[in-house]
Design a protein around this ligand. Structure first.
Ligand code: AFP
Length: 329
């Protein structure tokens, strides 16, 4: 089986980007080992600390963030980094070509129940001048690479550098990432959706109506039955969508008017949107393509609807309707 190095060479990936991808891949191997040790190493549970998101940090949130920050600081291709777990952006190497945004352990609320978690990363080109938050505020279309590492029954790396999406599986004995899918492709249609249904009463009319029609199944306007999944870790739900199709959404809701969205643009929505588009799918907020968003701040949150292209289009069609005249549900 082909290795990560052989594939990157085949894609004529630059030496600096290859070096960066290896820094991320090698660190993910160490994170995988830490996650597997879990309770045995006293790594489960929460700390007394909160991150900039106001979320209580799990021990592994901090440990994995420090692992990635340490590794990236030692990589001369890195100009700066931004993390879900860091209040501010971090300057790294003046001459580095790349900016790296990452969620070190997405789905960390799953850690204590031994469920799926992962690392999500986005690579942007460095810009001239002093490194500030503004340096990172580039649209998702500027990404030169994006990917995630899923710590599941297998540890898997999904990666795009603009040549489709390649999937690598970590060999448990040789500790090498081997190419197990050379071109992940999302089916255009699906009968599987992923949403946190407990928020249903807080959604806006378009999503209320769209999901209600899915639930009506064969007797409803969709005239087919749908299945539902919810992993509560974007990295796991998106991996399922990349692997067998589906639609994943974390829509806007009015549960907390001060926080109308949940998922972060720079290190969740943008990298996942690039992967999904590279695999033939679509990614939208409901009103604009995620990769076209002009970011305003590093921890900005957005609504996300992504997955099988035709199903995303159907969901978006519900967002074109004027509901002011519609009877409330
Ligand atoms: P945590 O990293 O705090 O567990 O949040 C994970 C996440 O940002 C994303 O990965 C999930 O899709 C989403 O939140 C799950 O949100 P709910 O817990 O509201 O279902």
């Amino acid at each position: 089986m082909q290795t990560l190095a052989q594939t990157l060479k085949q894609q004529a990936t630059s030496d600096s980007l290859t070096q960066l991808i290896f820094t991320l891949a090698e660190t993910s191997k160490a994170i995988s080992k830490a996650v597997r040790h879990g309770a045995l190493a006293g790594l489960l549970g929460a700390t007394e600390q909160e991150n900039v998101q106001g979320e209580t940090q799990k021990k592994l949130d901090i440990i994995t963030n420090d692992m990635l920050k340490g590794a990236l600081k030692g990589d001369n291709s890195v100009h700066g980094l931004a993390s879900e777990e860091e209040d501010d952006v971090v300057a790294v190497n003046q001459g580095g070509e790349y900016l790296v945004c990452f969620d070190p352990l997405d789905g960390s609320s799953n850690i204590d129940i031994n469920s799926l978690v992962g690392t999500i990363f986005s690579v942007l080109p460095a810009v001239e001048g002093e490194l500030t938050e503004q340096s990172f505020l580039q649209s998702g279309r500027n990404q030169v690479a994006a990917g995630y590492v899923l710590y599941g029954p297998s540890t898997m790396l999904a990666l795009t550098t603009g040549h489709g999406v390649q999937l690598y599986t970590l060999h448990p004995e040789t500790d090498e990432f081997l190419l197990t899918d050379a071109n992940m492709s999302i089916p255009k249609d699906t009968a599987e959706f992923a949403i946190n249904m407990s928020n249903q009463r807080f959604w806006e009319a378009p999503m209320q109506t769209y999901i209600a029609d899915l639930l009506l199944g064969k007797i409803g306007p969709r005239e087919k039955a749908f299945n539902m999944r919810w992993i509560a870790a974007m990295v796991g739900d998106v991996h399922r969508v990349l692997s067998r199709g589906g639609i994943f959404t974390y829509p806007t809701d009015n549960k907390n008017p001060l926080k109308p969205y949940k998922l972060r643009l720079m290190y969740e929505a943008n990298p996942m949107a690039l992967l999904v588009e590279q695999a033939g799918g679509k990614a939208s907020t409901g009103y604009e393509n995620i990769l076209d968003i002009d970011p305003q701040e590093i921890h900005q949150r957005v609504a996300v609807i992504l997955g099988s292209a035709n199903e995303v289009d159907t969901c978006l069609s519900y967002h074109d309707i004027d509901y002011s005249e519609e009877p409330s549900l």
